[in-house]
Ligand binder design. Structure first.
Ligand SMILES: Nc1ncnc2c1ncn2[C@@H]1O[C@H](COP(=O)(O)OP(=O)(O)O)[C@@H](O)[C@H]1O
Ligand SMILES: [Mg+2]
Length: 257
């Protein structure tokens, strides 16, 4: 195939990836339409983070192609790769903020690195995104002065500040309490709804969150997508693998060591 295809923002085509003798991705095929809020679920260690890293060219596959629109990520180098990465915002599992920088400096960092905006324009944009994530009052605070949920929101503001086409979230709610989880899920949903042309990919093993926010859920198991459907389908299907995962059962087709 040349290009991701009509209406498809991101396509993984026959991806294989091993680390040493550990064959992680085993022919991954996945096509995410433009404007979708996609949630990829799967067990810990199944290759969710590895999949996200392939989208941005942070990892290269051993075989297969990754298409971002009409660009084959596996062929890009140097300048083209840098340009490609600018089309992405990434929210890391641990907020990964710069501890010595305040919220303003953290969130403005991508604009300073990648744009020629002057300081007033940078400040206006930072204030705008901090407003979106409900942190206008924290602009001069250091990460050490913030709660876990606030740090997550700063991470989201930083990923969003340059208005990327793709927003990738790696386990955005893992380790948060249920109320904070609901707050972050709501923010992910509002962010997607506020940017209809943006494509969001959330990696998670939180089924409740997936049901609450996803347009479409993809289940990754043993390096392939084994089930895919909207939240209603996932809640009602008899597919034994999906039922086992959704209900957290020990018995079923998914082997439990
Ligand atoms: N850079 C790496 N080097 C070696 N092994 C890796 C590397 N990145 C990931 N792995 C392995 O690949 C598997 C999938 O990892 P990952 O995608 O992080 O899982 P998860 O689904 O929990 O996000 C794990 O067994 C992990 O140890
Ligand atoms: Mg992971």
């Amino acid at each position: 195939m040349a290009g991701a295809g009509e209406g498809i923002a991101l396509r993984f085509e026959g991806i294989h990836k091993s680390f040493g003798s550990h064959h992680v991705l085993r022919g991954l095929d996945l096509a995410i339409p433009t404007g979708q809020l996609a949630v990829i679920i799967g067990r810990s260690g199944t290759g969710k983070s590895v999949t996200l890293k392939h989208a941005m060219g942070l990892l290269q596959p051993d075989a297969g192609h990754v298409w971002v629109g009409d660009q084959d990520v596996t062929t890009l180098g140097g300048d083209a790769m840098r340009k490609l990465r600018l089309r992405f915002g990434m929210v890391f599992q641990h907020a990964a903020l710069f501890d010595s920088m305040d919220v303003y400096q953290n969130v403005s960092f991508p604009l300073r690195e990648h744009t020629k905006l002057d300081e007033p324009a940078i400040e206006a944009r930072v204030r705008e995104v901090l407003g979106l994530v409900g942190l206008s009052g924290a602009i001069r605070k250091l990460p050490s002065e913030l709660s876990g949920g606030m740090k997550k929101r700063v991470g989201l503001a930083r990923a969003l500040v340059h208005t990327p086409e793709f927003l990738l979230y790696d386990e955005p709610t893992t380790g948060l309490d249920p109320i904070l989880t609901a707050q972050i899920d709501k923010l992910i949903l509002e962010t997607q709804r506020g940017h209809p042309g943006m494509t969001s990919v959330v990696v998670s093993h939180d089924m409740g969150g997936a049901f609450a926010i996803a347009d479409h859920i993809y289940m990754l198991h043993e390096g392939r997508i084994v089930a895919s459907g909207d939240p209603e389908w996932f809640q009602t299907t008899d597919d034994p693998m999906v039922r086992q995962f959704v209900e957290g059962r020990l018995d079923g087709p998914i082997a439990v060591e």
